[in-house]
Design a protein around this ligand. Structure first.
Ligand SMILES: [Zn+2]
Length: 422
């Protein structure tokens, strides 16, 4: 069975580690980079293909030796002087004005210039706008990301900040992401931000003008973290950073150990708190337990959407049962022509995948009962922690936690377009 994006990535090797050294000039949008990839080939390769889009490549080394290469059509094709086999390294130097990638189904993705700074929002195929990569969703790697920017800017990247060097007009920020990460979740955020502490070791980077509203809107996030750890198991990463950009964003963006909101998602009235819950839940569902293929996107979005309802239930709002009834009523008025277990590339982020995915989990909860349902979720996040998993894995795991036969239930919710009853 071929995956959803067969022209992305290269199954002939995997990347264990990305070391990215970047230099960014916010006023011109110029990005200079040196990417060093530690990779492992499963069989001898005479050619190695990386996904890499717009920026100009000046030099490629394989195991320290210059290698011939061609660059075009979103691919960097490298011909090492002798075939690689087992572990090898690739170093790519590049520069140019960084721009997002235009996609047919999902708009512009990847590195994007803000009014004053930059953000990265890559899901699903934007990573190659800012670094050369093996853009397979299942090929997770560790990262070190170093970014040099003018000293008036704050730079955030995935993982834990390990270094900050100020050289007068510019500052170098270094982050280490020790837990394996999918390429689409790699992220850099650059802006004129101040840090708003929330307690519990959490804070939000936001423009000064939004500090008061941010403090109010994110005040319950530490409590949310406690509730989710109780329901889903331990938070899977060492850091959780939140960024609110000065610009408006269509939707918030999840990255590993990080979530990014637009100024329009902050109103001083917690009007978007469900999105705070949604993005936090992705740390367990999508980021730690990753997808083996985009076909199973409901494992990310259905779970994050159901976490919104769980947070509502646990924080004095409507119960998940009430929210499920409402969501189902709205879905009855939408076209019933989507199979959320295989929605098609064009419909990956269709709202019906989110809502019907959450309804599937609510239906499962009513059949299993709370005890077995939450035990299923915790075993899911534990068994596949920092790995990848499939819908078949989830169905088998859920079945192990109940004597209720689930195969017809899952088939009707995930594989048939017609909307089942709750
Ligand atoms: Zn989501």
């Amino acid at each position: 069975m071929t995956g959803y994006l067969p022209d992305h990535g290269d199954g002939g090797y995997r990347v264990a580690h990305y070391d990215l050294d970047l230099d960014y000039k916010p006023h011109t949008g110029r990005l200079g980079g040196r990417a060093t990839l530690s990779a492992v080939a499963s069989a001898p390769l005479t050619r190695v293909v990386l996904d890499f889009d717009a920026l100009a490549v000046s030099r490629v080394l394989v195991d320290g030796k210059p290698a011939r290469h061609t660059h075009g059509g979103g691919k960097l094709r490298i011909r090492p002087t002798r075939p690689v086999d087992g572990p090898f390294t690739m170093e790519v130097r590049y520069s140019g004005v960084a721009r997002p990638i235009r996609t047919r189904h999902w708009g512009e993705l990847g590195w994007d210039q803000l009014a004053d700074g930059a953000l990265v929002a890559s899901q699903p195929v934007g990573a190659s706008s800012w670094f050369p990569c093996n853009d397979l969703v299942r090929d997770k790697a560790t990262y070190r990301i170093s970014v040099t920017a003018p000293s008036s800017y704050v730079v955030l990247a995935n993982g834990v900040q390990v270094e900050g060097r100020t050289g007068g007009s510019s500052t170098t920020w270094v982050y280490e992401q020790a837990e394996p990460m999918a390429t689409y979740l790699a992220s850099v955020q650059i802006g004129q931000y101040v840090r708003v502490p929330l307690g519990g070791g959490q804070d939000v980077a936001a423009p000064a003008r939004l500090v008061r509203d941010v403090r109010h809107d994110f005040a319950r996030q530490p409590r949310m973290m406690t509730v989710f750890e109780e329901l889903f198991g331990p938070y899977p990463f060492r850091a959780y950073q939140v960024v609110v950009t000065d610009d408006e964003l269509e939707v918030p963006v999840e990255a590993q150990g990080m979530s990014v909101f637009g100024a329009n998602h902050v109103d001083g009235r917690r009007g978007h708190e469900r999105l705070v819950a949604h993005e936090l839940a992705h740390q367990w569902f999508g980021n730690s337990v990753g997808l083996a293929d985009w076909r199973d996107i409901w494992l990310n979005e259905g779970f994050a959407c159901y976490a919104e309802w769980l947070w509502s239930e646990r924080s004095g709002g409507p119960t998940a049962a009430v929210l499920a009834e409402r969501a189902r009523a709205r879905l009855t008025r939408a076209p019933q022509d989507l199979r959320i277990g295989d929605p098609g590339v064009a419909n990956l982020f269709d709202d019906r995948v989110y809502k019907r995915g959450a309804l599937t989990l609510h239906g499962l909860r009513t059949r299993q009962g709370d005890l077995d349902f939450f035990a299923t979720l915790r075993e899911w996040t534990d068994t596949h922690r920092h790995g990848t998993a499939t819908t078949a894995d989830f169905m088998a795991l859920a079945q192990r936690h109940t004597t209720y036969p689930l195969s017809l239930f899952f088939r009707s919710w995930l594989e048939e377009p017609h909307l089942p009853a709750l």
